[in-house]
Design a protein around this ligand. Sequence first.
Ligand code: SF4
Length: 447
Amino acid sequence: MAIINNRLNPEQYSNNFNDIHPPFETKDAALVEANRCLFCYDAPCIKSCPTSINVPKFIKQISTDNIKGSAHTIFSSNIIGGGCSKVCPVEKLCEGACVYNLMEEEPINIAKLQRYSTEKAIKEKWPLFQRKASTGKKVAVIGAGPAGLSCAHVLSREGVDITIFEKESKGGGLMTYGIAAYKVTPEFCEDEVNYITSIGGIEIKYNQELGKDISLAELQQQYDSVYLGIGVGLARQLEIQGEELQGVEDAITFIYDIRTKGYSNVAVGDKVAVIGMGMTAIDAATQAMRLGAKEVTLIYRRTQAEMPCTEVELNIAKLDGCNIIWLATPKEIIGVNGKVTQLVCSIIQLGEPDASGRRSPVESGETFTMDIDMVIKAAGQMPFEELVTNTQLGNSKGKITIDNTCQTNIKGVFAGGDCVNGGKEVVDAVQAGKEGAAAILEYIQLS
Ligand code: SF4
């Protein structure tokens, strides 16, 4: 067994990482789907979207071939509506709420229709929004991820001059660096960021990290307000023996490497164990398989009823050939010559519900051992606690605390998205960015 790169040929990589949700092949196909919509009064699909996109309206606009109008409807609520159409777990959001489910029929393919309009708008660079003349007000945004970009776009539309400070060399945040490449390509993410900033008044300064290259105190002096959309990103450790062995990696780094180094440059084991059952675990497991691993096993300490990923995501993993072991948790990683060779797992029984409302995992005392050569840890992400504490920001275990106006304990400093909620969907971060922008407009007296 070995952890090696370049397991496949270019054609195999390309096939394996092909778009998992292909767009409508023809305009007629989009029109047929749009015309299935019942344009419900008080539509549940709107209510289940965190950004409240007017779904029946944008679908009606598609059905009348008003694609620009449709894209405008989507982007007015969610400027990252293009990316969200590719990465949102729509089965638990808009499509899950579609009334067709009650009739036991296929829900409207809302994501595909949303993609139909937004991709055209981004590709054709349609200028759908006009920025007001500059007011002279300046806001610094930390992080060019979904929350930061969403906040920046709303503010820029109102004539605020925005500088975004981004620690990576590209914008998009989680979309660019933290999601499976077969869901959304780096090229699309770049186009989307360029489309958002094309409104004007938004400058992104790359390779600028809070606490290293810039300080909050400096930004407070130079800008009328500051918005923090720094996300989360530290991998939760397993805290078991053998975690330091060669062949143990965290899922965030593994996915980051796939997104930045190119498929053939990312090494993967023959037999891979992925710890966790959230979206990141699924993305790591499926991509390990698609990079050419011979066997990938997802290990989760609870059952399917408690798993954080959706059934659709679980099915992607199953279709990719990943094995699933429920009710098990890693106990020890064994190695020979410093390299991973085996994983010992405890068998779990479920006890009383814990703080999350899910039944808590209790070790049964029995174990089993698997021969593996790679462990990918995807047992959750943690906030940047040290950074937040060093910056004197009020927080709860590293999650920045805000009041009902999105303001932190520091006057004029606002925050939103994953750094506040600990990590939700991209679409939740977009909404947080909008709410932060509305609060900042009030604070700088532009609303
Ligand atoms: Fe159309 Fe379904 Fe929304 Fe009704 S619930 S408006 S049918 S997408």
